[in-house]
Design a protein around this ligand. Sequence first.
Ligand code: SF4
Ligand code: SF4
Length: 188
Amino acid sequence: MDTTVQVIQKENSFLSEVAQASGEKIQACFQCQKCSAGCPIAYAMDILPNQVLRHIQYGHREKILSSKTIWICASCYTCSVRCPNEIDIAKIMDVLRSLAIRSGIEAGEKDVPLFHSVFLNTIKSKGRIHELSLILGFKSKTRDFFKDAGLGWKMFRKGKIKLLPSRWGGGKEIQEIFKPVERFQKKT
Ligand code: SF4
Ligand code: SF4
């Protein structure tokens, strides 16, 4: 015979989906709010980490996958280490971002997934981060060329932004790292 938790999970496909993909016991959250109290980015979120857990328990798929929170989360793992029930909330945020992309739901912070994509393309092509390529790639997509221009110039003058990427020799290894991810993306 099913336990109450199993019955709830069967009736709530979003909860099952996130629980299965993350391997986390989301039903164990009892809303102590320790995760949100320690989150350094909570002030900028539209839904606090403890509330994310509650919405998942209630099956509010659209609300969570279109939230700003899942894109603002910095994956710092503070919440995960503070949770008395050992729920890895940062891992759940990863799963939510992945589900949002696969579901085609417009991100609550639309520039963040774009930044992730440009960042990964820079790593893939150059093997390490090259700030100027990253900035140019990002600006060419957003078309917002002057935002933060003053800051960029200051960084350039202090030598924080190099004109040319540094040399590296790990191209083959980097391509190997990306291959399973690309295979997974093609399947989904
Ligand atoms: S992993 Fe995300 S939700 Fe958790 S404390 Fe860090 S920024 Fe906040
Ligand atoms: S710290 Fe853990 S149990 Fe407490 S509200 Fe956050 S996820 Fe739930």
